[in-house]
Design a protein around this ligand. Structure first.
Ligand code: FE2
Length: 303
């Protein structure tokens, strides 16, 4: 049976926060990556036994929220070409030391214990950034990662903005600037938003463009939307928590989708953010595309 929990563990001094504030939350949030400290190490919800229970619960009640694979992974491996193991997620956690696994427990916050942690983190983040996150964020969730020693998490970009908090083990995360067009081209971003989540490709010769953060228990890092990143796990099992949020505003994503179509027609579209006037015109022009896409998915056009 799970331990009864508060979001902030009793072991911390009264009034303690889960995340330690620093000035960069206000100056760099969703623009640049930055490091911070947190107080979640030793929190009972992140013990391996508890995570095993959560993996089992997720597999039986929300199978779509559980992802795991195992094997040797290259930094440029495509998600859809990753070897899938024959064993269960629970077995993967049991064998985690030797099976080269990467286990992802999405929407962990649907469990009230992790839900409390998410609520507290979001409240602190709102305070640190000075932003009304409840108003601008569409989805807020906790994703837990349990990773085997030495395992690589492939190079990719996300549509979400996130805080990655290291709980157990250590790893290095390389994070690139999303505005570095040598690293991440307009075409790659357009393909990512339109047709291929694996569109951005890692370029070994540009590794020195990355900020490399050492994640030890108690360290955290902020990853803005679309900032390319990849992870090299250390010699031990790693447990980390991702506080993930997606913006309600889809304008930038839709502009990239329209630019994808325009480029296919042989044009050289203006990148979003270059011209406010062009962005406004294009954000209206793209609506039929969005409606058609929603309809093809059985949703309301304006959903
Ligand atoms: Fe990511």
């Amino acid at each position: 049976m799970a331990t009864a929990l508060r979001a902030v563990p009793e072991s911390l001094a009264p009034g303690s926060k889960l995340i330690e504030q620093n000035e960069e939350f206000r100056t760099k949030f969703d623009k640049y990556s930055f490091a911070f400290r947190h107080n979640l190490v030793g929190h009972p919800v992140f013990e391996l036994g508890r995570l095993m229970e959560l993996a089992q619960e997720t597999q039986s009640t929300r199978p779509a929220d559980l992802y795991y694979d195992a094997g040797t992974i290259d930094v440029n491996q495509r998600w859809d070409k990753t070897p899938r193991p024959e064993f269960s997620a629970r077995d993967a956690i049991q064998r985690i030391e030797h099976c080269g696994a990467w286990i992802v427990l999405k929407r962990a916050d649907k469990n009230p214990e992790y839900g409390m942690v998410l609520k507290e983190c979001m409240a602190e983040l709102q305070e640190f950034t000075g932003l009304n996150l409840d108003r601008v964020m569409k989805i807020q969730e906790v994703i837990l990662f349990v990773t085997s020693p030495k395992r690589v998490t492939t190079y990719h970009i996300d549509r979400e903005c996130s805080l990655l908090l290291q709980i157990q083990g250590d790893k290095h995360i390389s994070i690139f600037d999303r505005n570095d067009r040598e690293v991440l081209s307009e075409e790659e971003i357009e393909r990512f938003w339109s047709v291929d989540h694996n569109a951005p490709r890692y370029k070994t010769e540009l590794q020195h463009h990355a900020m490399v953060y050492e994640l030890r228990p108690g360290n955290g890092v902020h990853i803005p939307v679309n900032c390319p990143h990849w992870v090299q796990n250390g010699n031990d099992i790693s447990v980390s928590m991702n506080v993930n949020f997606q913006y309600r505003d889809t304008m930038r994503a839709n502009l990239y989708r329209l630019n994808f179509v325009l480029r296919k027609m042989g044009l050289q579209p203006t990148p979003p953010g270059t011209s406010v006037a062009k962005d406004k015109v294009k954000s209206v022009a793209v609506l039929p595309l969005v409606w058609a896409k929603n309809l093809s998915r059985g949703r309301k056009p304006w959903a």
